[in-house]
Write a protein that binds this ligand. Structure first.
Ligand SMILES: Cc1cc2nc3c(=O)[nH]c(=O)nc-3n(C[C@H](O)[C@H](O)[C@H](O)COP(=O)(O)OP(=O)(O)OC[C@H]3O[C@@H](n4cnc5c(N)ncnc54)[C@H](O)[C@@H]3O)c2cc1C
Ligand code: SF4
Length: 322
């Protein structure tokens, strides 16, 4: 690893003044330091932000707010989340390992970079790193995207992001020039020629907290993840589902967000359209699972993800609706 300076500013404003292209915010360090050790990033300065950012989980009539410095372990163990935002607690509980979950923060989880093996190889100057070609598109792409692949076909590695999107979460972000609230659906955005990253966070901005609106008590949710092994692996595919059935047995609210299958968490709008306003039965769930896979463009090595994805969607919807 190359030498770098380390700052522990006394206030958030001081931290924001230090941040810029050559200085990076350091939270738990579980992704940032890995990238630096691999010589994929070489910031001149790391700015310790975890002691300055909000930490913890607060609930009021508006919903739930989680500080960006809250660890995945705290999210996994929180009783309010387990009861009312079940899919989020489940997603935190199947991310990485217990040791990592004790260090990893919510903010860092949303901003971690892809696990594409070309991206993580210092010698491969692929498109996402500013090059001209995506090596995975015609190369090794077993773990790559089914949806949203344009310049890059890597998948977003976060387990928490699909669950938060399914709950309609927004991030409060702050830069040197002020604060803004960004719905996560806009925060995550497919990389473009001008912006080779998976989020719209601007240089020097920090995520302060993430909020989810409150939902009626009868709202139910589930996060399912399929991996190469039973633990300690990134998702081959995952599904976060949030549903509510009305008094007349109709599906009054539904959000289905897919993980591990696109460069950003991927909302299954087609499946939601199939379900909304209908009465759930096996036939409807089958149609919704098919719709969740609509628009997929499998690569040479990852067509196996399609039936996997449909099976996860089917299993989640059956468990929540039947
Ligand atoms: C072996 C291994 C297995 C893993 N498996 C999984 C998995 O199954 N599922 C999963 O979801 N994740 C997994 N992860 C990823 C892990 O969850 C992330 O590395 C972690 O959440 C990042 O959080 P951090 O606090 O350590 O972030 P850091 O490493 O400190 O930061 C990551 C990035 O975010 C930036 N950053 C951090 N906080 C903020 C903020 N508040 N505002 C703006 N920028 C910020 C940093 O500058 C850096 O660019 C795994 C990681 C490892 C090493
Ligand atoms: S999938 Fe993305 S990260 Fe991987 S090689 Fe292609 S451009 Fe690079």
């Amino acid at each position: 690893m190359r030498a770098f300076a380390y700052s522990r500013p006394a206030s958030l404003d001081e931290a924001l003044a230090l941040l810029g292209a050559s200085a990076r915010p350091l939270a738990g360090g579980t992704d940032l330091l890995t990238l630096m050790k691999a010589d994929l990033l070489a910031p001149e300065r790391l700015v310790a932000i975890a002691p300055l950012l909000p930490s913890g989980i607060a609930r009021d009539a508006e919903g739930v707010t989680i500080g960006a410095a809250t660890t995945l372990a705290d999210i996994e163990r929180d009783p309010t989340l387990a009861q009312r935002f079940t899919a989020l607690g489940q997603a935190a509980g199947v991310a990485a390992t217990p040791q990592l979950r004790n260090m990893a923060t919510l903010g860092g989880n949303l901003l971690q970079r892809p696990r594409c093996w070309y991206f993580r190889n210092r010698l491969a100057q692929c498109w996402l790193k500013g090059g001209t070609a995506c090596h995975a598109r015609e190369g090794e792409n077993r773990q790559h995207a089914l949806f949203g692949g344009s310049g890059c076909v890597a998948v977003h590695p976060s387990d928490l992001a699909p669950a938060l999107l399914a709950f309609g979460a927004s991030a409060r972000v702050r830069g040197a020039h002020g604060e803004r609230i960004v719905p996560l659906e806009e925060f995550f955005s497919l990389p473009t020629g001008e912006r080779r990253s998976e989020t719209r966070l601007r240089d020097g901005e920090l995520v302060l907290q993430v909020s989810m609106p409150s939902y009626p008590e009868e709202t139910r949710s589930l996060y399912l993840k399929e991996m190469d092994r039973r633990a300690f692996a990134f998702a081959l595919a995952s599904v976060a589902a949030v549903v509510r059935v009305s008094a007349r047995q109709r599906i009054g609210h539904v959000r289905l967000v897919l993980g591990g299958v696109a460069p950003i968490p991927w909302r299954a709008h087609g499946a939601e359209r199939v379900l909304l306003g209908e009465e759930a039965d096996e036939r409807l769930i089958e149609a919704a699972a098919d719709a969740a896979a609509e628009g997929a463009v499998p690569l040479k090595g990852n067509a196996f993800k399609l039936p996997l994805l449909k099976a996860l969607a089917r299993r989640a919807l059956r468990s929540l609706l039947l």
